[in-house]
Design a protein around this ligand. Structure first.
Ligand code: DGL
Length: 275
């Protein structure tokens, strides 16, 4: 055990604000942990990009977070997990990574109608990770997949319930309801910020699954096994970084998770990220 790592930060990243839905849950379960959150808003959305491109960003971001002393990295982005998780574990074998996968398993275990809607980005559906989750857990269940084009951009601009956001969700969820779904899996970390609207459109009989609590528990399990949980009694520090516009990100952090903070800007260069 390396006791100094107890105080080291958890690194969390996403293409943008989506990973804040995971950060919020990690902070709720492990308030003493120090955290560095990095939003790659220069490249958001990741969803329509190629897996190779997202893999490159993920590699550079992970290297940056490790340079900042991260003890564990949470890939708080389904798209980046689909594109890069496997390769990140090979590239940085000494680092624990916790990634996201669409919560098809709990959905398949609890659906009564046998039909489950999955909302995620195109890249997430293309990755081997999704194929393997479907193969392992969705036998005998009908999965209805949809990519919600434009939804990540609406959430990035703080539009959680306006006309455009409602239109995207209605045109996605109504056809799923016609096909008899009773469960919706949120396979993109941006989407938990529109859960109230999803629930309103889908109705009370449909269960909406946000994987953030399970991912936070997994972070706790890994840190506990390593002896790296922060034993502090006070709230840890959270540093927020973005490759986009710090002022805009600051306003979104306040809107989405109620935190006032100062955001630091980063830039991309040929060698990766720098201040
Ligand atoms: N929040 C991300 C995800 O979980 C990425 C969305 C995007 O940038 O397209 O997939």
């Amino acid at each position: 055990m390396k006791p100094d790592l107890e105080l080291a930060p958890i690194g969390i990243y996403d293409s943008g604000v989506g990973g804040l839905s995971v950060l919020r849950e990690i902070k709720r379960q492990f308030p003493a942990e120090n955290i560095i959150y990095l939003a790659d808003q220069a490249h958001v959305p990741y969803g329509p990009r190629t897996l190779e491109e997202v893999r490159y960003f993920s590699n550079q971001i992970s290297a940056y977070l490790l340079n900042q002393g991260a003890k564990l990295i949470v890939v708080a982005c389904n798209t980046a997990s689909a594109a890069a998780l496997h390769q990140l574990r090979l590239t940085f074998p000494e680092v624990p990574f916790v990634g996201m996968e669409p919560a098809v398993k709990p959905a398949a275990e609890t659906t009564r109608s046998g039909a489950v809607g999955v909302l995620a980005t195109p890249a997430t559906f293309q990755g081997a990770l999704y194929a393997s989750v479907v193969e392992r857990f969705a036998q005998g269940v009908r999965l209805i997949q949809a990519t919600c084009p434009g939804l990540v951009e609406q959430i990035e601009s703080g539009n959680l319930e306006g006309v455009e956001t409602r239109h995207i969700l209605e045109s996605t969820i109504w056809p799923m309801l016609e096909q008899g779904i009773d469960t919706i899996v949120l396979g993109c970390t941006h989407y938990p910020f529109v859960i109230p609207l999803v629930e309103e459109i889908a109705g009370q009989q449909v269960r909406v699954i946000d994987p953030a609590p399970a991912v936070a528990r997994q972070v706790g399990r890994v840190l506990n096994e390593k002896g790296w949980l922060n034993p502090g009694k006070q709230s840890g520090d959270v540093r927020y970084l973005t490759s986009g516009y710090p002022g805009e990100f600051q306003a979104l952090i306040l809107q989405l998770i109620g935190e006032s903070c100062i955001v630091q800007g980063l830039r991309w260069g040929p060698e990766g990220l720098f201040v």
